[in-house]
Design a protein around this ligand. Structure first.
Ligand code: SF4
Ligand code: SF4
Length: 278
């Protein structure tokens, strides 16, 4: 099975988080049209494949406020060759349309406490008709929000915590976050990865809107293009050329970490296999 991390040109978001890692912009109508065309081309390519494909949409901004991402999630979820289709989202969109998706659709939801009333998000999460994880950035100011959300969510919903970019946690601080997310230890430190085997570039690829294929979002070397098939001959097991990997969508594929065993069946949407018994 080929796993694809897709990131089109969309770069606008309806939220304005202070810690946003993305270079957000206001997309012009032309840029939105280009993003839509790129996504529809990609969805058409997925539909034409005979082999099994899993997809995680990782937009620079918020995708689900755009009709074409909602439609792609629903339509891809019904394709016989799609094992899983998931998207990272702030869940600001309405959610009723998700009832049209198959059980192969999933959401990676992030809660941004400064951007959304707590009760509004909780109400959506409690009625979501598709598989999902929910997460929060481990900013100390968010700790009460994270504790409250963990207490209010159903036990079977996994709440992950991402270490805040550039923050070093004392053991006592890490213990607090680990009480909310028992897997916080995987996010706390960047993982040294140089020379280590990583599934990206072999069974996992990153694809941009024009079809450019790279092994992951973090290594700039181009392996080929999706649409002319030139990426195929470049696929093979290969070591990581970067010093470290600090983002879950990357290091989950880093073989020595063994996270495919932890997240079996939920790698893309970040749901541990044994949850809630983890
Ligand atoms: S919701 Fe995500 S993309 Fe939007 S501003 Fe917040 S961190 Fe950035
Ligand atoms: S370990 Fe991370 S940076 Fe290195 S190749 Fe894998 S996903 Fe990319």
């Amino acid at each position: 099975m080929l796993t694809i991390l897709y990131r089109g040109p969309l770069a606008s978001c309806d939220y304005d988080c202070s810690y946003c890692p993305f270079a957000k912009r206001r997309d012009t109508p032309e840029q939105l049209r280009a993003d839509r065309a790129a996504l529809e081309r990609f969805a058409g390519w997925v539909a034409a494949q005979e082999s099994e494909v899993s997809v995680l949409f990782t937009p620079w901004g918020e995708g689900l406020v755009r009709s074409w991402y909602r439609r792609a999630l629903v339509e891809l979820s019904w394709l016989p060759n799609v094992a899983r289709v998931a998207i990272q989202t702030n869940l600001s969109c309405r959610t009723g349309w998700l009832a049209e998706a198959s059980d192969r659709a999933a959401l990676w939801v992030t809660y941004h406490p400064t951007q959304v009333p707590y009760e509004r998000l909780l109400g959506k999460l409690r009625t979501l008709p598709v598989r999902h994880s929910v997460g929060i950035v481990g900013d100390p100011a968010h700790l009460p929000d994270a504790r409250r959300l963990r207490a209010d969510l159903p036990r079977e919903t996994y709440l992950w915590v991402n270490a805040e970019e550039g923050r070093r946690y004392t053991d006592a601080e890490a213990a607090e976050w680990s009480r909310i997310d028992p897997l916080f230890r995987h996010s706390r430190f960047a993982h040294p990865s140089a020379g280590l085997p990583c599934r990206t570039g072999d069974s996992v690829i990153s694809v941009s809107g024009d079809g450019t294929v790279r092994r992951c979002h973090f290594v700039p070397e181009v392996l080929g293009n999706l649409y002319d098939g030139s990426y195929r001959e470049a696929l093979r097991p290969r070591p990581c050329p970067a010093t470290a990997c600090d983002c879950h969508i990357g290091y989950v594929h880093l073989e020595p970490l063994g996270l495919y065993d932890v997240f079996t069946g939920g790698i893309l949407e970040r749901i541990p296999a044994a949850w809630p018994g983890t």
